[in-house]
Design a protein around this ligand. Structure first.
Ligand code: TXA
Ligand code: MG
Length: 320
């Protein structure tokens, strides 16, 4: 069983980077959710990471990088507007889909000509990636550290409870505290003339337009496959129902203005949209820990981060 390492000193991060370089798996915190990392150039390590997640092998995975210089290692024909986004929002909760270079192999891109790149903002993640560079690595492939289709973990403990029985004793789990954003990065397709958002997140369409000066358009076609875009995803064991008609014994996640009916278990009462994103996944997990079988979730209104929250809740509630 892999232990959780909570004091992520430079020494710990150096060892974790060496572990990654020799084919090990490292679960690490990011500002969005926890990821399970493998060397993005090591086929065997990535195959094992997929097995640990129980994820279909042909799904693409985001490559996490430490420096802007690494973009040219992984991608070619990077448009001007993508560079502007990198300058404005990296490190941060944003993944850019770009035309791949020869270094981005099929086992990372899911056989597509596109690679997903992200520079995370969490100190532990960023320093781990910097140390990984020092031992000759170029990027860490990391999906969210949950079993396929389940709720993404926003704490080290949640990641451990998802994956521990499938990890090797030499794999590591780094604890960097609760993720501050709480929902996965915005995925922006930068392979066309205009950017389009394939998964909403904390970097909003308005922010993209402000940075690039060009209009965000709807995704063109289905050429890009995004696993979180399947109708059902991010689901706890409990049945998720959208609305505020919770009955006694059921759970309720809703903005603080919504009152808790008699006998209903209040799982979260966020006071702002940022708090809603931060606590949503932990509250869904909490429902399972408390053996609650039905969770009622009230959708937040508004734009910005509310779009991402509605997207995740709607998918958690979808019947597969
Ligand atoms: O916030 C995040 O993005 C977190 C943290 C750990 O960085 N990662 C994450 O990874 O959410 P994952 O694998 O759970 O979701 C990434 C999504 C998947 O739906 C995948 O299909 C899509 O990004 N993706 C990654 N690379 C892609 C590519 N080359 N082409 C199309 N979609 C890609
Ligand atoms: Mg995921």
């Amino acid at each position: 069983m892999s232990a959780i390492i909570s004091q992520c000193s430079l020494d710990v991060l150096q060892k974790a980077a060496e572990n990654l370089k020799s084919g090990g798996l490292v679960v690490f915190p990011t500002e969005t959710v926890y990821g399970i990392g493998a060397d993005a150039e090591n086929f065997d390590a990535i195959s094992r990471m997929y097995a640990v997640k129980n994820r279909p092998a042909d799904h693409p995975v985001i490559v996490h990088i430490a420096e802007l210089d690494d973009v040219d290692y992984w991608a070619v024909d990077v448009p001007e507007y993508a560079i502007s986004l990198m300058r404005d929002y990296w490190p941060g909760p944003m993944t850019l889909l770009l035309k791949r270079s020869s270094h981005a192999k099929d086992f990372v891109t899911g056989n597509q000509e596109i690679v997903g790149l992200r520079m995370p903002a969490h100190t532990v993640a960023l320093n781990l990636l910097k140390e990984f560079r020092k031992v000759g690595g170029h990027g860490v492939a990391a999906p969210s550290a949950n079993r396929y289709g389940a709720v993404s973990p926003t704490t080290a403990e949640a990641a451990r409870s998802e994956l521990q029985e499938f990890l090797h004793p030499s794999d590591q789990i780094l604890d960097g505290g609760p993720s501050l954003v709480g929902v996965e990065s915005t995925i922006i397709d930068c392979t066309n003339e205009n950017p389009s958002i394939l998964r909403p997140g904390a970097v909003t369409a308005e922010m993209v337009e402000v940075s690039t000066g060009i209009i965000v358009v709807e995704p063109e076609d289905t050429k890009v496959r995004v696993s979180g875009s399947h109708k059902q995803h991010y689901s706890p064991s409990a049945k998720v129902v959208i609305g505020d008609s919770a009955k006694a014994g059921e759970g309720l996640i809703a903005p603080s203005a919504v009152e808790t009916p008699e006998g209903v278990v209040r799982l979260a009462a966020p006071k702002s949209i940022e708090e809603y994103a931060r606590v949503l996944y932990a509250a869904l997990r909490d429902a399972d820990l408390r053996d609650i079988s039905v969770v009622n979730v009230v959708l937040p209104s508004g734009e910005g981060l509310a779009v991402a929250i509605r997207d995740r809740i709607t998918r958690a509630a979808a019947q597969s």
